[in-house]
Design a protein around this ligand. Structure first.
Ligand SMILES: [Zn+2]
Length: 673
C-alpha cells in the first residue's frame, strides 16, 4: 500500500463505526441494489445453508463476507446471526476514468461504457482479418454483452479448439475487465510479430468477453465505475443464476436473467473446450466443483493447470500475490460451496472445462494498480489459453465423409458428465487429461461404436487421433441393377451401384442344375464412392451342361461383411428345343393320343453328353383348373406318346401343357361327348 492508501484505510477504520451501524436503515434498498456485510461463523458446516440464502463472497478466518439484495437480507435476518455492515467494495471515490482508454499508454484507467464499446468495435475495424466483435445480447438496462473473437480465418469455424475468457459478471470486480481489454489489444498487436501469440491465434479460436455485467459495473451511469455493484440491474447475482448439476435449473429461485440467457445460448451455439471466469475479492484459481464435494474426474488435471497459472504468476508478482489457500489454488467446494455458478454450468452441461480466477484482493482495484496486475498475470493468461492445444484431439467423421457429433468417453475414468463431444460442424474434439494410458470410446447416433485402446497421454503434448465411424443405417453398397443375358454361348453379367461404402468387391456366383452356388470370378469394388459405378463380366458356357443357370453377386466389404444380391436365371434351353404335337384324334371321345419330344441332342450350349430332364405333362380345363397329370418324371432325350382317357370329363376345351424347368408349351384339345 502507498502511504496515501494507508492513510485512507486508517481514516475509514476510524470513521466506520459512525457511518455503518449494525442495522440497515428502513429505506436502504430504495437507494441501493445490495448490501455488503460480514458474519462471524465458527461453524463452517453452516456455509452451505448460508450460501443458499445470501451471496457469499469470501470465507476466511471464521468470517463470511457476503452480499444480499432486499429479499435475501430479509431471509438472512430470520437466522438471527450477528453481522456487521461493511462499506460496499464498489463505493470507491475518484476512480480514474477515460473516454479513450487506448490513448493512455499504461492502461491505468477504467473506460467509460462508451469508451469500452468503441474500443471493442475498433479492434474489429483495425484487425478485420483476425478479429470480429460478437454481441451476444443485451443486459436488463440494454447495455451490450460483447465478445472479441480472435482467430485466423476469422469467419470460419475451423477444426480448432474454441476458448473463452469472461470477466466481471460481478460488476464491482473490475480488475479482469481492463486486463481482458488489454489482452485483446496485446493479442491483436502482436500477431505476426510474436511467434507464441501468432501460433495461438492460428490454432485456437479465442473468445474474450471483458464485461459480463455492465449494468453492475456502470450502476452509477456510463461515465464511471464508481458505485459498481455485484448484482445486475434486477438485483440478481449472475453467478448463482445458472442451471446447477446438483440443484436444478433455478438454484437461486430467480428467473434466468437476460445476461444468463445470452451466455447459455452462446454455450449451446459454440463448442467451448476451455474457459475461465475472472473475479475479484481474493487471489486464487478456483477449480470445479463448486456445487458438491465430489472431485471432478479430471481433478488432477484441473490442479495441474491451476498450479501452472498460479506458479507462473509467482514468477512475475510480488511474494504476497496469489499465495493464499494452497499457494494460489483451491477446489471450489473446499473454499465454500455455491449453486448456480457459471464454472460448474459450463463444465457440467457443455463439456467445457472452466475455472474461476480471483485476480485481486481488492474488488474495484485502484486504476493505478491495473498495470501491475497485468504484469503479474499476462504470461499466465497466455499459458492458460495454450492448455486447450494439448492432450488428445482429432476429427470424428463417418465412412461417407460427414463430420459427426460423437460422444467421447474415457473408459473407467469419466463420470458426472465429464465425457466430451466432437463438434458436428467440423468433427473436431479436444480432450485434455492428465498423463496416463487410456481406452477411448467413440459413440454417435446411428453409427457403430468404436473403442480404441492404449492411448498414451503426456503433459504438454498432443496426441492426434482421427476416428471414422461406420453408419449402421445404410447398406454398404447400393446395388441398383443386376442382369444376365445369354448370347450364343456367352452370358453377359452386368450390374451397377449408386453408392459404395468400404466395398472390397464382388464375387460372381453361379448355380447349375442340382448343385450349389459356386464362385466363378472376383471383381474388385470401388471402395467408398458416392458416384455410380458399372461392372461387367462375361461367363463362357463352353462345356457347361445345365438347362438353367442362376447367377448372384456376393458383395464383400473391407471388414469381411457380406451381402447377397437377388438371383437372375438364364434358360440354357429354348422352347424350340421341345416339341408338343397336336393330339390325335381331335376332337375326341373319350380318349386321345399326345406326342412330345425333349431335345434329342444336348443344346448347342450344353456341351457333350446325354442328359435326363424333369418333364411334366398336365391337363387343365379352360378355366385353368388342373384335371390330371400324365407325366411327372425324369426322361431321357427322345420322343414319347401318352394316351389321355377323358371318359369322366364333360364336353369342352382342354389344355395340355408340357413343362421342362422354366420352359413350357401348350396345345388345345376338344372333347365332344
Ligand atoms: Zn465474484
Amino acid at each position: 500500500m502507498s502511504n496515501t492508501q494507508k492513510l485512507v484505510a486508517l481514516i475509514l477504520l476510524l470513521i466506520q463505526p459512525a457511518i455503518f451501524s449494525q442495522t440497515l436503515s428502513h429505506n436502504y434498498f430504495e437507494k441501493n441494489r445490495e448490501v455488503y456485510f460480514k458474519i462471524e461463523l465458527n461453524d463452517k458446516s453452516r456455509l452451505a445453508e448460508l450460501s443458499r440464502i445470501i451471496s457469499i463472497d469470501n470465507f476466511a478466518a471464521g468470517e463470511v463476507y457476503a452480499y444480499a439484495n432486499e429479499n435475501e437480507f430479509r431471509n438472512f435476518s430470520k437466522l438471527n446471526l450477528e453481522y456487521q455492515i461493511l462499506p460496499h467494495p464498489g463505493d470507491v471515490e475518484n476512480v480514474q476514468m477515460s473516454d479513450d482508454l487506448k490513448s493512455i499508454e499504461d492502461w491505468n484507467v477504467y473506460p467509460t461504457y462508451d469508451a469500452y464499446v468503441n474500443m471493442m468495435y475498433q479492434f474489429q475495424s483495425a484487425y478485420p482479418n483476425i478479429c470480429r466483435i460478437e454481441s451476444i445480447g443485451a443486459t436488463v438496462e440494454g447495455r451490450e454483452l460483447l465478445f472479441a473473437v480472435i482467430s485466423d480465418n476469422i469467419n470460419q469455424r475451423e477444426a480448432e479448439p474454441q476458448f473463452m475468457y469472461s470477466s466481471t459478471m460481478h460488476g464491482d470486480e473490475t480488475t479482469g475487465y481492463v486486463l481482458m481489454l488489454r489482452l485483446i489489444d496485446s493479442l491483436l498487436t502482436s500477431y505476426n510479430s510474436d511467434t507464441r501469440i501468432t501460433n495461438l491465434i492460428n490454432n485456437v479460436e479465442i473468445w474474450i468477453n471483458p464485461n459480463a455485467n455492465p449494468d453492475g459495473t456502470y450502476r452509477s451511469g456510463n461515465h464511471t465505475v464508481s458505485g459498481a455493484t455485484r448484482y445486475n440491474a434486477n438485483s440478481v447475482n449472475l453467478n448463482r443464476n445458472f442451471p446447477d448439476p446438483d440443484d436444478g435449473p433455478h438454484p437461486d429461485g430467480n428467473a434466468w436473467q437476460p445476461e444468463t440467457i445470452a451466455m447459455m445460448n452462446l454455450a449451446s451455439a459454440q463448442h467451448f473446450v476451455l474457459s475461465a471466469n475472472f473475479h475479484g475479492g481474493a487471489e486464487v484459481v478456483n477449480y470445479p466443483w463448486d456445487t458438491w464435494s465430489d472431485l471432478h474426474p479430471d481433478d488432477n488435471w484441473f490442479k495441474y493447470i491451476s498450479r501452472q497459472y498460479a506458479d507462473t504468476v509467482h514468477t512475475f508478482a510480488p511474494s504476497n500475490y496469489m499465495t493464499g489457500f494452497d499457494n494460489g489454488i483451491t477446489n471450489g467446494y473446499q473454499w465454500y460451496t455455491i449453486s448456480g455458478g457459471r464454472q460448474d454450468y459450463f463444465t457440467y452441461y457443455h463439456g467445457c472445462r472452466e475455472v474461476t480466477i480471483e485476480i485481486s484482493d481488492s474488488k474495484l482495484l485502484s486504476a493505478s494498480l491495473l498495470p501491475a496486475h497485468w504484469e503479474y498475470n499476462k504470461n499466465s493468461l497466455l499459458n492458460y489459453i495454450e492448455q486447450c492445444t494439448f492432450g488428445l484431439r482429432g476429427i470424428v467423421s463417418n465412412t461417407t465423409g460427414d463430420f459427426l457429433k460423437a460422444k467421447i468417453t474415457i473408459l473407467n475414468h469419466d463420470f458426472n458428465n465429464s465425457e466430451i463431444y466432437s463438434d458436428s460442424s467440423n468433427g473436431g474434439y479436444y480432450r485434455m487429461i492428465e498423463p496416463g494410458n487410456y481406452t477411448i470410446v467413440f459413440e454417435a447416433d446411428s453409427h457403430e461404436t468404436k473403442t480404441i485402446e492404449n492411448i498414451q497421454i503426456e503433459n504438454g503434448t498432443v496426441y492426434n487421433l482421427d476416428v471414422v465411424l461406420t453408419p449402421d443405417y445404410i447398406v454398404p453398397v447400393e446395388l441398383v441393377s443386376f442382369s444376365a443375358d445369354l448370347n450364343e454361348s456367352k452370358v453377359s453379367i452386368k450390374w451397377a451401384t449408386a453408392t459404395e461404402t468400404n466395398n472390397y468387391g464382388f464375387e460372381v456366383e453361379r448355380k447349375l442344375d442340382n448343385s450349389e452356388f459356386e464362385k466363378i470370378k472376383f471383381i474388385e469394388g470401388a471402395g467408398t464412392t458416392a458416384g455410380p459405378q458399372n461392372y461387367f463380366y462375361e461367363d463362357h458356357l463352353n462345356g457347361i451342361i445345365s438347362d438353367e443357370i442362376i447367377y448372384r453377386l456376393k458383395q464383400i466389404d473391407f471388414s469381411g461383411d457380406v451381402n447377397f444380391s437377388n438371383e437372375v436365371l438364364i434358360n440354357n434351353l429354348t422352347p424350340n428345343d421341345f416339341e408338343l404335337s397336336q393330339n390325335y384324334p381331335n376332337p375326341f371321345n373319350p380318349a386321345t393320343k399326345i406326342k412330345f419330344s425333349t431335345p434329342p441332342q444336348p443344346s448347342p450350349y450344353q456341351g457333350e453328353g446325354v442328359k435326363e430332364r424333369f418333364i411334366t405333362l398336365t391337363i387343365y380345363d379352360i378355366l385353368g383348373n388342373e384335371i390330371t397329370v400324365l407325366v411327372n418324371e425324369q426322361k431321357h432325350p427322345g420322343s414319347y406318346e401318352v394316351i389321355w382317357n377323358a371318359e369322366d370329363q364333360t364336353s369342352g376345351v382342354y389344355i395340355c401343357k408340357l413343362a421342362a424347368g422354366s420352359i413350357s408349351k401348350s396345345i388345345k384339345m376338344i372333347l365332344l361327348r
